[in-house]
Design a binder for this molecule. Structure first.
Ligand code: SAM
Ligand code: SF4
Length: 480
């Protein structure tokens, strides 16, 4: 559910109607998904979502702990909210403030100590208990809940409202669906295994049921989410542990779902069945986010990535063999402890050799509790900045070249919403770029054939190609 949208189909509890919840989401797509589920979980208590923080009776910050900056942002936001809460109190209104997500998990009591304005602190595995936690906080208790019980969360939060989108408004046509949480990889820079816990996979039946409900609401594209999504190994209806390739085949058969994506993957978990799914299933979009982090074997080892640069090259060759138009996206960290110029050159060389359509680039940020935080040989900030700039410039050139190569080609676009200007709509290409199309809003929710007519740094422009069978559940056309 988007902020501001009101969940339907469940009655508010007696006397509880009219309360508003505002959820501010930081970080990854999984937090976006979790924020929606939190809002859903509060509907029976009479809450509806608002996108105005001033209107909210309950404000939840769904936080990210992946880098220091991300965590610090939360404390500055809490400083602003302290004032808002005080102003509202002067006019007789009560405001509750909650901190959820990975900062809540990692810092727990420390948040309540540093920011007494906070009424409840709750970790990512406790969201299904949110109504109970809110009731306790309303009764004056300072609530801190950071238990790990992922299976229970999956059981309870797997039922987004099956009600159709409100009349006159189309529901979202693209949705996230969490299939896996947690991580057992323990990369030495990363807090995820500590904040999200061990890997847990949802069962096939649960996932398919959620996908069917989404499709019934008009969703045509689903992005499967997991911290390590291709390590997913959920129990199938036959009692066996399935792999992600098999799951994609099953989901491709769900009536109404035309596009499937998944993120984020680890190179070690790209197995044969998953690679084959990219080749065999037209519903699996030709886009893959496959972080490598570094192009230096020495640094990859220090990061405990458990793959080499050559493993990565071989893997990409195999995937592209079956799907030559695949667009690759990646994460890179510069300035990991001990990274020399030669190591950085290896990363630049890897980027040159692979060619990426986009990338997320980060300066290394030591995270308390991770092995990286105790490593010496810090890379000076100025060197990190230089490397980051050089790397970003290379990725930007590759992104530009990739987008330019699409100009003049015809592809399918899933139209998602109104465009930037009147008379325009915005959709997504198979390679995930936003596409601005001169067309009418009635196309929202349709898959239309377009010719790409131009590009900007991150988006494409297009015009409709007439005479095509728009809106049908046909294989994605990609003519390059
Ligand atoms: N599971 C994914 C993987 O293995 O690639 C990534 C998950 S993490 C939420 C997203 C990205 O944040 C990572 O790929 C990494 O590039 C970056 N990241 C994680 N910890 C970091 C740190 N301590 N400093 C800088 N970047 C970090
Ligand atoms: Fe973090 Fe991803 Fe490594 Fe897991 S695989 S520890 S989530 S970077």
């Amino acid at each position: 559910m988007a902020p501001g949208q009101v969940a339907e189909g469940i009655s508010p509890g007696p006397g509880a109607a009219g309360r508003k919840v505002f959820v501010k989401t930081y970080g990854c797509q999984m937090n976006v998904y979790d924020s929606e589920r939190m809002t859903d979980a509060l509907v029976p208590q009479g809450f509806s979502a608002t996108d105005s923080v001033e209107d909210a009776d309950l404000i939840i910050l769904n936080t990210c702990h992946i880098r220091e900056k991300a965590a610090e942002k939360v404390y500055s936001e809490l400083g602003r909210l302290r004032k808002l809460k005080a102003e509202r109190a002067e006019s007789g209104k009560q405001t509750m403030i909650g901190v959820a997500g990975c900062v809540a998990q990692a810092e727990g009591e420390e948040i309540a100590r540093r920011a007494p304005v906070v009424d409840l602190v709750f970790g990512p595995q406790t969201y299904h208990r949110l109504p109970e936690l809110v009731t306790r906080a309303r009764a004056g208790e300072s609530v801190v809940e950071t238990e790990f019980e992922i299976e229970a969360k999956f059981r309870h939060l797997s039922t987004p409202s099956a009600a159709p989108a409100p009349a006159g408004r189309r529901g979202p046509v693209s949705a996230f669906l969490t299939v896996q949480e947690g991580c057992d990889k323990f990369c030495t820079f990363c807090v995820v295994p500590y904040t999200r816990g061990a890997e847990v996979s949802r069962d096939v039946d649960q996932i398919v049921a959620e996908a069917e409900r989404l499709a019934a609401r008009g969703v045509r594209e689903v992005t499967l989410l997991g911290q390590n999504v291709n390590a997913w190994h959920g129990k199938g209806p036959d009692g066996r542990a399935w792999g992600l390739g098999e799951l994609l085949h099953r989901l491709a058969g769900v009536e109404g779902l035309d596009r499937l994506r998944y993120t984020t993957s680890h190179p070690r978990d790209m197995d044969d069945a998953l690679i084959a799914a990219h080749r065999d299933l037209p519903e699996v979009m030709p886009y893959l986010h496959l972080p490598v982090q570094s192009g230096s074997d020495r640094i990859l080892k220090a990061m405990n990535r458990r793959h080499t640069r050559d493993d990565y090259f071989r893997l990409i060759d195999r995937i592209r063999e079956g799907r030559p138009d695949l667009a690759l996206s990646c994460d890179f960290i510069v300035g990991f402890p001990g990274e020399t110029d030669a190591d950085f050159r290896d990363t630049m060389d890897l980027i040159e050799r692979v060619g990426f359509a986009s990338a997320f680039t980060f300066k290394y940020s030591p995270r308390p509790g991770t092995p990286g935080a105790t490593m010496d040989e810090h890379v000076p900030e100025a060197v990190m900045n230089e490397r980051l700039q050089e790397l970003q410039a290379l990725v930007a050139r590759q992104q530009k070249a990739f987008n330019q190569s699409l100009v003049g080609t015809v592809c399918d676009v899933l139209v998602e919403k109104r465009g930037r200007n009147p008379g325009q709509v915005t959709g997504r290409s198979p390679w995930l770029q936003p596409v601005q199309i001169d067309a009418d809003e009635s196309l929202i929710g349709e898959i239309v054939a377009v010719e790409i007519t131009g590009r900007e740094a991150n988006s494409l422009f297009a015009r409709r190609v007439s005479g095509q069978d728009d809106g049908q559940a046909h294989p994605q056309r990609v003519h390059m």
